[in-house]
Ligand binder design. Structure first.
Ligand code: HEC
Length: 94
């Protein structure tokens, strides 16, 4: 059997495959929705006890939580959004 694919068609297939590969790559780099959607309380319980006991929301005033949030964001390698959610939870649950 003889295949008679023109160079033009090969190009089309090639471009399509590159396009699909790019889409997969971009999609794979995006943080998963499940992780991005985690509420503050979950992020707090998962992250803030890795190095010390989980601090209770009642331990500090809302203003102090803001500052602690910034210090612990760098330590715990949290994103801006994650810190905001955790601090929001800590401030609201006292
Ligand atoms: C990578 C380790 C690490 C992670 C993760 C971490 N911390 Fe800390 N935390 C520390 C260290 C070390 C100290 C003590 C030194 C300091 O105050 O910077 C500390 C101190 C604290 C203090 C001060 C305690 C006191 O009595 O003065 C609070 C409050 C605190 N962390 C809250 C948090 C919260 C909330 C999170 C989650 C967002 C968190 N930490 C995540 C390492 C960590």
């Amino acid at each position: 059997m003889r295949y008679n694919i023109s160079a033009q068609k090969l190009w089309l297939i090639f471009i399509l495959l590159v396009g699909i590969a790019c889409l997969l790559l971009i999609n794979g780099c995006a943080p998963s929705k499940a992780i991005a959607d985690k509420p503050g309380v979950l992020l707090w319980s998962e992250n803030c006890q890795r190095c010390h006991n989980t601090p209770s929301p009642t331990t500090f005033s809302p203003e102090i939580w803001e500052t602690i949030g910034m210090h612990m964001q760098t330590r715990a390698l949290l994103t801006e959004k994650e810190r905001e959610k955790i601090v929001e939870f800590l401030k609201s649950s006292r």
